[in-house]
Write a protein that binds this ligand. Structure first.
Ligand SMILES: Cc1cc2nc3c(=O)[nH]c(=O)nc-3n(C[C@H](O)[C@H](O)[C@H](O)COP(=O)(O)OP(=O)(O)OC[C@H]3O[C@@H](n4cnc5c(N)ncnc54)[C@H](O)[C@@H]3O)c2cc1C
Length: 451
């Protein structure tokens, strides 16, 4: 299994496997074509190192996850990463020209967009690569209409394989299909990347709102002004940084509010960039959103505020007085090894939360919800229950009188089904603790014509 920086949020690089760490030796920029705005790199190069090497050319790689100081191009391709700059440059799949890949059976080839002539040429070889191309072509032909009809038109769609890249209108792009396949289909040996010009002038505007939903409401009014980067931060990330005394100066610069949008504008001249920012602010003033504002055109200050966003997720780990807050990625792997064969040493919260689905099933089946609620919320017993579950600073959640699945069996399906049938898969919390959320989802789906 391939590993880059190992910063994936879902532990993609944690497995029982032979792990190939590309970041140690395969870190070279092999060539740069400034006129074509492309470069060929090895998969282990860290994004920040690549952009450092490209600096004299005035070009850089567009997608920029918050982990740019550690993440590698191979890992970014594996995850189809994007980041705040996705506003301007899109995801990795939008910025890849070609990939050199290795299949598990040892077949190795370059792939990318494939014209009909090129496809015919590959076919003529009659080798294992041509068999792969033939199967992909058959897959595309069989499902093309389905993919066109059902793939959601969401700019940051990174779930599922990019079967849409195989469509003729996308040039039967085999490299595009493999982006985001998380080491499950191929090993990437080299990548030819498409580059973008470095933006000369930037201005950062931080907008403050009373809550994260109000910040989200303002996004459609921000987008027409074409920011080059846009990121939302809520009060929890800020609060955890305050508790840990991280970025104190930058936090002081934030405008008033509990949630923030960081909106960056870029261009060739400062005047042009400031104009775009002021036009956005004028537009927001006229709308119902009316945020508080911090306006920054000093690169050092801007960088400090972006640090608030890079430190955000890290700050949610090991928060003082919150024993159940762990680091998002490194620790997932570390803890797995650390507790192997000594599960009893895990924090109680790991066990209580880990076993919650099974406990909830049992409580639901025996119809014991109200009894368990009475015990876990009785004045003295509740403190003992919280301590036992190891979830200090939290309440033990209450079981619903009737789980969602039982409510649905009793009520039956009501939708006309004119648009088709869907499978709603409730998680433990929705099914056993907050079934009203699932009930509302069912109402919406049925009203929209699904069954
Ligand atoms: C605090 C934090 C903030 C983040 N912010 C963002 C963000 O803003 N935007 C975003 O998109 N993501 C974000 N991420 C997720 C992650 O950092 C990125 O997706 C990053 O690009 C992953 O790169 P990596 O080198 O660490 O990949 P890894 O975690 O090492 O690998 C990612 C996947 O790619 C596969 N892979 C690696 N190398 C190869 C190869 N040579 N061939 C085939 N497969 C390979 C791995 O097997 C794995 O499945 C964030 C993560 C954290 C912890």
């Amino acid at each position: 299994m391939s590993r880059g920086g190992g910063t994936s949020l879902a532990g993609q690089c944690t497995n029982t496997a032979v792990v190939i760490d590309w970041s140690k030796y395969c870190t070279a920029v092999e060539s740069v074509d400034v006129a074509a705005r492309t470069c060929v790199v090895q998969p282990g190069i860290v994004l920040e190192a690549l952009n450092g090497e490209l600096a004299p050319t005035g070009l850089r790689y567009g997608p920029e996850p918050a982990t740019h100081a550690n993440c590698t191009i191979g890992g970014m391709i594996g995850n189809n990463s994007c980041g705040a700059t996705a506003q301007r440059t899109g995801k990795v799949v939008d910025n890849i020209r070609r990939l050199e890949v290795l299949l598990p059976n040892g077949v190795r080839f370059w792939c990318g967009k494939t014209t009909d002539e090129r496809y015919a040429e590959i076919e003529r070889h009659g080798d294992l690569r041509s068999a792969v191309y033939r199967q992909l072509r058959a897959l595309r032909d069989e499902y093309a209409d389905e993919v066109r009809r059902r793939y959601p038109d969401i700019p940051r769609r990174v779930s599922g394989y990019n079967l849409d890249s195989l469509l003729p209108e996308h040039g039967f792009d085999v490299a595009g299909l493999l982006v985001g396949s998380e080491s499950a289909l191929v090993t990437i040996l080299r990548a030819e990347l498409e580059l973008v010009p470095v933006i000369k002038e930037r201005v950062l505007v931080v907008l403050g709102f009373p809550s994260i939903d109000k910040a989200a409401d303002a996004v459609p009014a921000v987008l027409p002004h074409e920011p080059i980067a846009l990121e939302g931060i809520d009060s929890r990330l800020i609060h955890d940084q305050q508790l840990k005394h991280i970025n104190a100066r930058a936090l002081h610069e934030l405008p008033e509010g509990n949630a923030f949008l960081m909106v960056q504008f870029g261009g060739d001249t400062l005047a042009e960039v400031e104009k775009a920012a002021h036009e956005m602010l004028a537009g927001l003033d006229e709308s119902e959103h009316g945020p508080t504002v911090a306006f920054l055109d000093d690169p050092a200050h801007e960088e400090e505020l972006w640090q608030v966003r890079e430190a955000g997720l890290g700050a949610t780990a090991h928060v003082p007085d919150k024993p159940d807050t762990f680091e998002a990625t490194y620790n997932a792997e570390f803890l797995s090894h650390h507790y192997a064969k000594r599960q009893w040493r895990r924090p109680r919260s790991d066990l209580s939360m880990g076993w919650l689905p099974a406990i909830a099933q049992l409580v639901g089946r025996l119809r014991l919800g109200s009894v368990v609620n009475a015990v876990t919320h009785a004045p003295l017993l509740s403190r003992a229950a919280v301590a036992l579950a190891g979830v200090e600073n939290r309440e033990i959640p209450k079981f619903a009188a009737e789980p969602l699945h039982r409510w649905f069996s009793r009520r039956g399906a009501r939708g006309s089904g004119s648009r088709g049938t869907v499978l709603l898969w409730p998680d433990t919390f929705t099914n056993f603790l907050h079934p009203h959320v699932g009930q509302a989802a069912i109402d919406v789906l049925e009203d929209a014509g699904w069954r």
